[in-house]
Ligand binder design. Structure first.
Ligand SMILES: Cc1cc2nc3c(=O)[nH]c(=O)nc-3n(C[C@H](O)[C@H](O)[C@H](O)COP(=O)(O)OP(=O)(O)OC[C@H]3O[C@@H](n4cnc5c(N)ncnc54)[C@H](O)[C@@H]3O)c2cc1C
Length: 330
């Protein structure tokens, strides 16, 4: 049930509730205070009805997926956190329809097992399909935008669909990131007939590499910062970047972080991997305050040295001034 300070949710069938849910249990970082209320459902009608009601009442709410790309404040979230857990995957010829709550890795495994080519290099990216669309998840030169044909979403008032162009996908960007009331419900992808054993080999090799770099129990969010387009760099910084580190027109932010001595550094119980300067993780019991101090420290060091403002790939929840306060620089 909703807390007494706020109007009670109407009686919507198919929702499960948890009051005071510790968000550290819902994030891969294992960091974050409680949410006033956590709602989970696998039913589209119940999910959209709850969202519509929260919106109409102007009550703070946020949708999360698997929490693999989230930094949640130590104070938690004063409002309702929603998780959509529908996870059906359906095939029609070369097309796959998948609910937003499915895990991306399950989707990848399903497609390669059915000899369908297109997302095999995304194997090992944790998180939900909804989260993957939101941030246009990608790896090894490919991203989910390439195969996406249509996204069914709730715009706060009604369910609508948008084609790939309408998704306005860019590097780690989509229209859903810019319209936070637009919540992904289902996607339709088009894949190609592929060589099954070859696809499975690629997916398994990538998974093995990733599991070494990001052990499944590592409390992290993958890369904290986005990579940078060479074309966007100030001239003085561009001349310093060795040609060999540039990939697909981008410089890994890890390169800049390495130059400022980020590797193997500490902030409380937050540590940066000695082998990867953009991999920040919780060694156990770390706080969001420690994590944010580390992020701020790194941004400041790179800015002072190169005149570049690194941009976070991770999304913030529950910071003073609103869920997006930190990323908006407030
Ligand atoms: C070890 C590790 C490695 C990673 N490697 C990669 C990588 O190689 N490439 C890559 O792109 N990412 C990578 N990531 C980041 C992360 O896996 C992706 O961003 C993932 O797509 C996030 O999905 P999620 O369900 O966990 O989203 P969450 O972390 O729960 O949420 C992230 C954002 O998505 C929004 N969101 C979630 N569901 C929906 C929905 N249904 N509709 C609208 N918005 C929604 C949330 O509001 C939030 O703002 C990595 C993370 C980890 C921990």
């Amino acid at each position: 049930m909703a807390t007494s300070a706020r109007p009670a949710l109407p009686d919507i069938q198919g929702l499960t509730f948890r009051t005071g849910a510790p968000l550290s249990e819902y994030t891969r970082f294992g960091i974050g205070g409680p949410a006033d209320l956590l709602i989970e459902t696998g039913e589209e009608a119940a999910f959209t009805e709850a969202l519509r009601w929260l919106r109409e009442q102007e009550l703070p709410h946020v949708v999360i997926g698997c929490g693999t790309n989230l930094v949640v404040s130590d104070a938690g979230f004063r409002g309702t956190v929603l998780r959509y857990t529908a996870s059906a995957i359906r095939r029609e010829g070369h097309f796959i329809e998948c609910d937003a709550g499915a895990e991306l890795m399950t989707l990848v495994r399903t497609t390669v097992d059915q000899d369908l080519e297109g997302i095999q290099t995304l194997m090992g990216i944790p998180g939900s399909v909804g989260g993957a669309i939101y941030g246009n998840a990608g790896a090894y030169g490919h991203c989910i935008a390439e195969v996406t044909r249509e996204v069914r979403f709730f715009d706060g008032g009604a369910i609508r669909s948008v084609d790939r162009e309408g998704c306005e996908f860019r590097y780690r960007e989509s229209v859903f990131k810019r319209n936070r009331n637009w919540i992904v419900l289902r996607i339709r992808m088009e894949l190609a007939e592929g060589d099954g054993p070859g696809l499975r080999k690629t997916a398994d090799e990538i998974l093995a590499i990733r599991n070494e770099k990001f052990p499944p129990t590592l409390q992290c969010a993958g890369s904290i910062f986005k990579n940078l387009h060479v074309a966007d760099l100030p001239a003085a910084a561009r001349v310093e970047v060795p040609e060999k580190v540039v990939r697909e027109g981008k410089v890994p932010s890890a390169w800049f972080l390495e130059q400022v001595g980020a590797k193997d550094s500490w902030e409380g119980r937050i540590h940066i991997a000695p082998y990867h300067a953009n991999l920040i993780y919780n060694t156990g019991g770390a706080t969001a305050a420690e994590l944010c101090r580390m992020i701020d420290r790194l941004k400041k060091a790179v800015h002072e040295r190169f005149g570049i403002l690194l941009e976070e790939e991770v999304q913030y929840v529950g910071f003073e001034g609103g869920p997006t306060a930190r990323e908006q620089g407030k």
